[in-house]
Design a protein around this ligand. Structure first.
Ligand code: NAD
Length: 300
């Protein structure tokens, strides 16, 4: 039976660690870490995600500020709200919950977030830092995957990894992080021919295609580590991009859905926020990684 890569358990462990880091430094910092979440419009799934993030903040001692703005807000007004948060000294992280309502363009709004407060690690500057191996906030979902692998003693060095998906949110930063950890990485996407032949070469297979139950036994070599990033509501239940019941008997380790990658994504948002707070309240150089960061091992 495959080892379960249990994201809920690791998220709980890391929340304990974050609580310790925050309480140990609170007096010196003079204020708790602050995360601002901008929710625009009334997408119900976004409502659940935002509420979960606010609850996670409360559990570790991060002050969260949720701004809920109407779907008809003008881009200039939303931009002004971001600027206000950029200038707010009590805010260490800013998250713009996606997707945005039709008519609002994501790119200029994401670009307006101060890179030093980029809780999602998706700012162009921070993606560039990842590419160059410089410290900075990291994209939450792939950083969560790296933490799950590390926690279970799975070292990517020298191993053959395949990432299915090339989005800026997951696939691309995932491939960069695995490469930085010395794996030999291939990236598959919607135009890849013979997907199964490629994925069968993987010793570590990360699936982030956004296609329910795309990957089955025919895609996986015996002994592979399989990480399923996908999450879908199907027939009243949740499933991932992987046919769990087919792949689990073959794999050496596998993430469940739910309870695998999902909880880790939220935890890494907290990590990015606390690291940013640590740096902001140090009073010195505000650059990422400029002061001894107690969570550096979690930012691949
Ligand atoms: P996306 O739609 O932006 O990207 C999907 C990628 O998969 C694309 O690069 C596309 O080329 C590739 N792809 C699509 N069909 C394919 C196929 N048949 N074969 C090979 N490649 C294919 O999606 P995303 O934002 O990267 O998210 C991927 C999945 O992960 C979604 O199900 C999303 O809900 C989930 N997700 C989960 C979390 C989490 O915390 N668990 C976080 C982010 C995303």
């Amino acid at each position: 039976m495959a080892l379960r890569l249990d994201g809920r358990q690791l998220a709980a462990e890391l929340e304990n660690r974050l609580r310790g880091v925050i309480s140990g430094r609170l007096e010196r910092a003079g204020r708790p870490p602050g995360l601002a979440v901008l929710r625009v419009g009334d997408d119900p799934a976004s409502g659940v995600y935002v509420a979960n993030k606010a609850k996670a903040c409360a559990r570790v001692g991060i002050h969260s500020l949720v701004k809920h703005l109407g779907a008809d807000i003008a881009p200039a007004e939303l931009l002004a709200a971001i600027t206000e948060l950029n200038n707010d000294p009590a805010v260490d992280g800013i998250l713009l919950q996606l997707p945005l309502p039709a008519g609002l363009e994501e790119a200029p709004l994401l670009a307006a977030i101060d890179p030093a407060k980029d809780a999602d690690g998706l700012h162009t500057l921070n993606l560039g830092r990842l590419l160059k191996g410089e410290p900075g906030p990291r994209s939450c979902t792939p950083a969560g995957v790296m933490a799950l692998l590390a926690r279970h003693g799975i070292d990517p060095a020298g191993r053959r990894a395949v990432v299915v998906g090339r989005s800026i949110l997951v696939g691309q930063p995932m491939a960069l992080m695995l490469q930085a950890a010395d794996a030999t990485v291939s990236v598959a996407h919607s135009r890849t021919l013979e997907l199964a032949a490629l994925t069968r070469q993987a010793e570590i297979l990360v699936v982030a295609a956004g296609r329910p139950r795309l990957v089955g036994a025919e895609h996986v070599s015996p002994g592979a580590v399989v990480v399923d990033v996908g999450i879908h509501r199907l027939d009243g239940g949740l499933c991932g991009d992987v046919r769990f019941e087919e792949v689990e008997p073959l794999a050496s380790a596998i993430t469940p859905v739910p309870g695998g990658v999902g909880p880790m994504t939220v935890t890494m948002l907290l990590v990015n926020t606390v690291v940013s707070w640590w740096t902001h309240t140090e009073g010195g150089d505000p650059g990422p990684g400029s002061v001894d960061n107690p969570l550096a091992d979690l930012l691949p």
